[in-house]
Design a protein around this ligand. Sequence first.
Ligand SMILES: N[C@@H](CCC(=O)N[C@@H](CS)C(=O)NCC(=O)O)C(=O)O
Length: 214
Amino acid sequence: MKLFCSLPSPFARKVRALAAEKGLALELVEVDVLDPASPVAALNPLRKVPCLVTNDGEAWFDSPLICEWLDARPGPRLIPETFDARMRVKRIEALADGLLDAAVLTRLEGVWPGRTPEQRSTAWMDWQWLKVEGAIGELERHLAARATEGVPPAFFEGEGVTLADLAVASALEWIDFRLPDRPWRAQAPLLATWLARFSMRPAFAASAPVPPKP
Ligand SMILES: N[C@@H](CCC(=O)N[C@@H](CS)C(=O)NCC(=O)O)C(=O)O
């Protein structure tokens, strides 16, 4: 199985961490999605990563669907099978992915090479950031409702790791990596405590984005 991705991509990180939790091997194919000649265009008409190409040559996107596909392979389940539990996990994933969509747009507005400095809109970035703050607030409330004497639970849903944890942690660590001037911890102390613990999990830590060498 090949995963077309960029190494810092938080959506790809969610997929890679899920594969690691299940003990599945993924061959990573690094691509530059902003290059018009990127091979991803032939696999995903939306020109986004991650995109999974199975051993049968079938291409799957986007990341929630890839996670579903991988989770159906052998290994521990990261997406519960019962309907209610499954919906709750997918809801947290949707929140984390939506948070990331807005955070990625915030960053692209600042760095996308197709815009001149005059064309970049601070108002647009702030509008996107409102969504990020809204989602972070919701995640914080979720942990607060499940906390015991002010200590957040180890996992977002249930008693073990799920796709919900991988999605949230991938999103928050990407913000730390790409938008360090957008601090979020003061707004969400439980989330910060939760992430500090969860991010040490080996299957997750293995895919941490590496800053380029100076
Ligand atoms: N909904 C998609 C989002 C994927 C996404 O936005 N990927 C970014 C990289 S982190 C991308 O490929 N962006 C290129 C573009 O928007 O042109 C998913 O969950 O896979």
